[in-house]
Design a protein. Structure first.
Ligand SMILES: Nc1ncnc2c1ncn2[C@@H]1O[C@H](COP(=O)(O)OP(=O)(O)OP(=O)(O)O)[C@@H](O)[C@H]1O
Ligand SMILES: [Mg+2]
Length: 459
């Protein structure tokens, strides 16, 4: 069974959920706040997180964002009051697994967890051989790539995975840097050893240093006990240094030393501890430029740049869009349920869009569409409004003719009205048809909602 981390500042809820989950054979950990929860997640082993929304100083959304950075595929379930349903819907757009409104029913919690559990298992075991759209050569778990450029990336992964070489992965945000780093780890002789990821941009310098190298008791205020760093935790395995360009210069020097000497020294310590760790780094900014600017050490850059994998943005490898969309549809569909069909019109809209947020944005768009789907068919109207508008605008532009200039204003107005209505209907579906709840989520009053739903063109 999966291990579930429950985060709530109310001890009563923690106890209640803990005993419910344990009775249902889940392994459980608990945390009273976001910082404690993140520490547990970073330590590894957690599969699913259930978090309350209202907590201080970090609320459930903040925690979700941090977890999502570390483990984009980890299901996070948000517990929220009715009044915050809008936040929850936004969160789902950003990749939150699901939300439950308080007071929740035991059955709802258990069925939501069962779905999350299924996702965890599927994510672990989904083999690409299931994907008829992708050449069988690439059976990397969870890594889809059928464009020529991704084929090259996969070739590269196959070559570097068996080695212990340091690798640098470059690409815009959401292009799949972490998924590629993980694929290298899983296909390496270190696969059964720890995979540890640290986001260098997420922590201030002193915390990052003690996070990476550990510290000894009393080395700074708050260092109540000796603590091993992530290099020690990752011993024998792979350490993924995300957003390496954000690493402060002083730490870059220390990292270089570790890469050369293969030993670390804890903050405040005097002993050198040998470590056997493969380091994979990722950057979404141009590291060469950072070297020129003097914010990144050139010796460290050259150490990483020996093996570089460049992942182009999704808009430059459009052949990957549909196989990826189908992959996400399968991933999100519970076992035994029919796999929703991606309608040709929907595929066309996906192909027409530029994907500034790359694969992550595509994944979220598919999740959005599946959330609002009622029959097992992904129609274009289920896509997030931004993508749909883009596709419709592209279509309108291509079919526009000379006299459209005079009628432009009127048609834009009716187009926007139509979109507004569709969006309201989406929210209504999400609110289970409850108009008061939908009005609340949309921050309009109930009479406005009724008016906007009526057929009156002047509403
Ligand atoms: N080729 C791919 N095949 C399958 N899933 C992918 C692929 N590329 C990306 N994804 C999925 O897209 C999401 C974003 O990928 P990932 O987190 O690896 O991006 P990233 O480049 O590390 O982004 P960031 O710079 O924002 O950290 C993840 O859920 C990942 O599983
Ligand atoms: Mg990443």
């Amino acid at each position: 069974m999966s291990k579930v981390l429950i985060v709530d500042d109310e001890p009563r809820i923690l106890l209640l959920l803990q005993s419910l989950l344990k009775t249902n054979k889940y392994e459980v950990e608990t945390a009273r706040d976001g910082a404690g929860a993140l520490e547990i997640v970073r330590g590894g082993g957690v599969d699913i997180v259930i978090t309350d929304l209202r907590m201080t100083p970090m609320d459930g959304m903040g925690l979700f964002k941090e977890i999502h950075k570390l483990h984009p595929s980890m299901p996070v379930i948000l517990l929220t009051a009715y009044a915050s349903v809008e936040t929850a819907i936004d969160a789902m757009r950003e990749g939150m697994f699901d939300y439950l409104t308080k007071p929740f029913k035991v059955d709802d919690i258990l069925s939501c967890l069962a779905r999350a559990d299924e996702k965890v298992k599927k994510h672990e075991s989904l083999a690409l051989s299931m994907d008829a759209d992708t050449p069988p050569k690439y059976r990397f778990e969870n890594l889809i790539g059928s464009s020529p450029i991704m084929t090259q990336v996969c070739d590269m992964i196959q070559k570097v995975a068996p080695t212990a070489a340091t690798v640098l992965i470059n690409g815009e945000s959401g292009t799949g840097k972490e998924v590629i780093a993980k694929t290298i780890h899983r296909n390496s002789p270190r696969a059964s050893k720890p995979w540890v990821a640290v986001n260098c941009a997420a922590l201030p310098e002193n915390l990052l240093e003690s996070e990476m190298f550990g510290h000894v008791k009393g080395s700074f205020t708050g260092a109540y006990a000796d603590k091993p760093g992530l290099f020690e935790v990752a011993n024998g395995g792979t350490l993924f240094l995300d957003e390496i360009s954000s690493m402060p210069l002083l730490l870059q020097g220390k990292l270089l030393r570790v890469l050369q000497e293969r030993e670390i020294r804890r903050v405040g310590g005097t002993k050198d501890i040998p470590v056997d760790v493969r380091v994979i780094a990722a950057s979404n900014t141009n590291l060469e430029q950072a070297v020129v600017k003097g914010t990144f050490r050139s010796d460290l850059y050259y150490r990483f740049a020996v093996i570089t994998i460049d992942i182009p943005p999704l808009r430059e490898r459009k052949d990957d869009i549909i196989p990826l969309a189908k992959h996400f549809i399968r991933l999100e569909t519970p076992d035994g349920s029919p796999i929703p069909v991606l309608e040709p019109e929907t595929a066309k809209a996906l192909m027409a869009y530029d994907w500034p947020g790359n694969v992550r944005e595509l994944e979220n768009a598919i999740k959005h569409a599946l959330t609002f789907m009622s029959e097992s068919c992904l129609t274009p109207d289920l896509l997030p409004p931004k993508i749909l508008h883009h596709a419709q605008a592209a279509e309108a532009a291509s079919s526009s003719n000379a006299d459209s200039a005079t009628s432009g204003n009127a048609s834009l107005k009716s187009f926007l009205k139509q979109k507004e209505k569709e969006y309201i209907e989406h929210i209504l579906v999400a609110a289970g048809g409850d108009k008061a709840k939908a009005a609340d989520a949309l921050k309009v009053n109930l009479s406005t909602l009724y008016r906007k739903l009526s057929d009156d063109p002047n509403n």
